[in-house]
Ligand binder design. Sequence first.
Ligand SMILES: CC(C)(COP(=O)(O)OP(=O)(O)OC[C@H]1O[C@@H](n2cnc3c(N)ncnc32)[C@H](O)[C@@H]1OP(=O)(O)O)[C@@H](O)C(=O)NCCC(=O)NCCS
Length: 415
Amino acid sequence: MTDDAPDPVARQATGGKIDSFPSMQRTVPPQPCAGAAPPRNIVSEVVISGTGLYQPPYVITNAELVESYNAYAERFNRQHAEQIEAGTVQAMPLSSVEFIEKASGIKQRFVMEKEGILDIDRMYPRFQERADDQLSLMAEIAVDAGRKALAQAGKQGSDVDAVLCSSANMQRAYPAMAIEIQQALGAGGYGFDMNVACSSATFAIEQAANAVRSGSARCVLVVNPEITSAHQEWKDRDCHFIFGDVCTAVVVERAEQATSADQWEVLGTRLATQFSNAIRNNFGFMNRSEDSDPDARDKTFRQEGRKVFKEVVPVAAAHIESHLQSLGFTPQQVRRFWLHQANQSMNQLVIKKLLGTEPTADVAPLILDRYANTASAGSVIAFHEYRSDLKSGDLGVICSFGAGYSVGSVVVRRK
Ligand SMILES: CC(C)(COP(=O)(O)OP(=O)(O)OC[C@H]1O[C@@H](n2cnc3c(N)ncnc32)[C@H](O)[C@@H]1OP(=O)(O)O)[C@@H](O)C(=O)NCCC(=O)NCCS
């Protein structure tokens, strides 16, 4: 349920800048009629009762990545030496492990396929096309993560009555991956795909929580298969180190039917967006009709990293603070923040703005050193790996931010 409470903190904090999105500036919140009973199918409590993680089989370290990219760039520069000398072609700059680790905090990434990415005659993964009657690759990793999440929640596929496949990119237009996953798991109800780039997971958790609250579903499986290696630009040193592959899954269900030993009450969710071209990928079904080059640079991921960093940090901090305030909490009451994993310094700054103190790994754990930026899955990986030490009653915030711009937060409390 998106919290509709007014948002004084965000408005005060903005000073006319973009510290909060217009969509956060709510009008009159819906009020229940005094004394009226809630509709009979409204359930009040929703829990996250399990999470699952699919980890791809291969690791690419920064050293391997830089060696491959630099070999590609040096060959290009040799082959174009005359034009570079004449000033008609720009030399490709070299990458460095030191820059990557200092600028981002990323040390390695998991990938579904490694040879094709490191092959300087290719520089993207090599996947075998599958027949229509075979499980697609995105569905395959989602089914794996989904099964693990269901096992943790003590549920079967047949207990699920909605599947949301929510990621930054979809393998095909239709039929929806979610429906393929629904069938593979033996789930009932319905499934649909959705994409809000790096915020896809939190946006889907809100849809799941709303469906459970309203009674349209009892148990929703949210999956975030992120095969980022297929839309990453491995030939561009500004971003070749950014992404990694992974899949996360989250079970969202009615508290009254949950049997998991590890339940997290969803106290509130809040989503906000504001259009920006600072992170963009123009790949799409119109490309053929536009007679555009399918290999053009704009058909893979690109961003203005520094601009994104500067613009999104204050938005994310203001968003979290105002969401907490609307629920009657301060940031200091939060035991742990599971933040989007794009950049180590970005997360440190968000926490500094919220708490006024230096962040620690205990307050805001980082997983991007091992996984890199996994688009929508990052904050869920952090939640998956770093929650078992929290106690009953402890408060936490899952928050993602990224392209759109988009920001989504989920406030949870351990039962
Ligand atoms: C991408 C990011 C790590 C880059 O770090 P940065 O400190 O902003 O670095 P810049 O892009 O400003 O580049 C600084 C310099 O290093 C250079 N550089 C870029 N990539 C390099 C590399 N791989 N190796 C060596 N040098 C590199 C740049 O060309 C630039 O050189 P210049 O000063 O001579 O122009 C950082 O901006 C970031 O993480 N931003 C947030 C991104 C985000 O959250 N995206 C959302 C989701 S996908």
